[in-house]
Design a protein around this ligand. Structure first.
Ligand SMILES: Nc1ncnc2c1ncn2[C@@H]1O[C@H](COP(=O)(O)OP(=O)(O)OP(=O)(O)O)[C@@H](O)[C@H]1O
Ligand SMILES: [Mg+2]
Length: 363
C-alpha cells in the first residue's frame, strides 16, 4: 500500500526559511539538524497542507519570515488520495489562502487530498495537563477520520458564544435562549457521534495490532455526567449558568481518559516514557485505522519523537512506520537517531547559517 506523500515542498519566506526546496520520494524522511536549524518549521509548513492552523496552532501572521514580514507561501506537489496534485497555501496580510492545481479552494478541500497525523513535543504533557489539550487531541483525531467534524464544532462554538454573551449580559428572558440551545444540542449530537466513532476506531485499530507500543484504553469523561437531552438540560441549567457567566454543560467540557491497558494504570500516573509510548501507540492506531479507511496510510509528522525513545523502541517505531508504508516526516538533532531507519528512509541535513537556511539530502 503506497502512502499519501509530499513529493516536492517549497517554502518562501516561511518562518526561518527564506527560500527552501525539498524533494521526497515517498519513503520516511529524517530532518536532522541543530537546535534552531528550522526542522519544526518545515513540519509546520507541511501541516498547513491540511485544514486548520497547523501543528503549532500559530496565528497566520507569525508564519511570515522576520524581519521582512511580507507574507509567506508553502507549495507542494503531492501524491493524494485519488491523484497527484499541486497544492499552494499562503497569506499576505490577510487570512490563509489555498489553491489546488492552480484554482482557489477552501481549506477543507485539502482534506479530500491529504490526511495527516502528528505528534509534537507540546503533547508530552497531554495526560497531566488540562482537559482542553486532550479534547483538542481527540478532535484532531476525529478530524482525521471525518474532516467535516470541523463544521459541527464551529456551529456549536458559535451558538455557545452567543449564549454565553446572553449569560454575561444577565439576560433572563427564555425567549432568547431557546433557538441557541436547540442549535447547540443539534451540533452536540453530531460532535458526540463523531467522537464515539473515532474512539471506537482507535480502540479497534489497537486490537490485535502487532506493535511494540502499549495499548491505551480510552473513555470519554463527562464531568457532569452524560446528558441525553442537551437542549432540555441547558434550559434547566440557565440559572446556574447565569451565576457562572458561561455554559457549564456540553461537549466543550468532555475529557478524554486513557488507561495503560496492560497495567490498568491511568495515563496521568504513568512514567514520562510510558506516557509518550501511549501517545505513539494512539498515533499509530490512528494511522492504521485511516489506512484501512482510505486504502492508503496518512502522512505522519513526528517532531522530536525519536529522541525520547530507547534504541529498541526507536527501531520498533521505524519498523511499524515502514510496515504501514507511511511517509513519516521526522525530526532529530543527531543523525544517529535514525541509524536503524537506514536506507528505508531519506535523510536531510538542515542548518541555519546567520539567518540563511540550508537544506541538503544526505545520501
Ligand atoms: N517568523 C519567523 N521569522 C524568522 N525566524 C523565525 C520565525 N519564527 C521562528 N523563527 C526561528 O526559526 C528558527 C528555527 O525554528 P525551529 O523551531 O524550526 O527549530 P528546530 O530546528 O525545530 O529546533 P529544535 O531542535 O530546537 O526544536 C528559530 O531560531 C526561530 O526563532
Ligand atoms: Mg524543533
Amino acid at each position: 500500500m503506497s502512502g499519501l506523500a509530499i513529493l516536492t515542498l517549497q517554502l518562501s519566506h516561511f518562518r526561518s526559511h527564506r527560500a527552501a526546496r525539498l524533494e521526497f520520494d515517498g519513503r520516511p524522511v529524517a530532518l536532522v539538524g541543530a537546535n534552531g536549524a528550522g526542522k519544526t518549521n518545515i513540519l509546520e509548513a507541511v501541516s498547513l497542507l491540511s485544514p486548520g492552523r497547523g501543528l503549532r496552532r500559530a496565528a497566520v501572521e507569525d508564519l511570515a519570515r522576520r524581519p521582512e514580514a511580507i507574507g509567506w507561501k508553502v507549495a507542494a506537489t503531492v501524491a493524494g488520495l485519488s491523484a497527484a496534485h499541486e497544492l499552494e497555501t499562503w497569506a499576505e496580510g490577510g487570512p490563509r489562502q489555498v489553491r489546488v492545481d492552480g484554482k482557489t479552494a477552501p481549506q477543507l478541500a485539502l482534506a479530500r487530498i491529504l490526511r495527516m497525523v502528528w505528534l509534537v513535543p507540546a503533547m508530552d504533557r497531554l495526560w497531566i495537563e488540562a482537559a482542553e489539550g486532550r479534547r483538542r487531541f481527540l478532535d484532531r483525531s476525529v478530524l482525521s477520520f471525518a474532516p467535516d467534524h470541523a463544521e459541527a464544532v464551529l456551529a456549536y462554538e458559535k451558538a455557545m458564544r452567543d449564549r454565553n454573551r446572553l449569560l454575561k449580559d444577565e439576560v433572563r428572558d427564555p425567549h432568547w435562549y431557546g433557538a441557541l440551545e436547540a442549535q447547540m444540542a443539534a451540533s452536540a449530537a453530531v460532535i458526540a457521534a463523531n467522537r464515539a466513532d473515532a474512539l471506537a476506531r482507535l480502540m479497534a485499530a489497537q486490537e490485535g495490532a502487532e506493535t511494540a507500543f502499549p495499548r491505551a484504553s480510552l473513555t470519554l469523561v463527562h464531568p457532569e455526567g452524560e446528558v441525553d437531552d442537551l437542549a432540555t438540560a441547558l434550559a434547566e441549567n440557565r440559572r446556574r449558568d447565569l451565576a457562572a457567566g458561561r455554559t457549564l454543560l456540553g461537549p466543550h467540557r468532555v475529557d478524554l481518559q486513557a488507561v495503560f491497558s496492560a497495567k490498568g494504570v491511568p495515563a496521568d500516573q504513568c512514567s514520562t516514557g510510558e506516557q509518550k509510548a501511549l501517545l505513539i501507540s494512539l498515533m499509530l492506531a490512528n494511522a492504521r485505522a485511516l489506512a484501512t479507511d482510505l486504502g492508503r496510510p496518512p502522512i505522519l509528522l513526528l517532531d522530536e519523537v525519536a529522541a525520547h525513545l530507547d534504541a529498541g523502541r526507536r527501531t520498533a517505531l521505524y519498523d511499524e512506520i515502514c510496515a504501514l508504508g507511511a511517509q513519516a516526516i521526522m525530526t532529530g538533532t543527531e543523525p544517529g537517531l535514525f541509524d536503524s531507519l537506514g536506507a528505508r528512509g531519506q535523510s536531510f541535513a538542515i542548518a541555519d547559517d546567520i539567518g540563511q537556511s540550508s537544506i541538503r539530502e544526505v545520501p
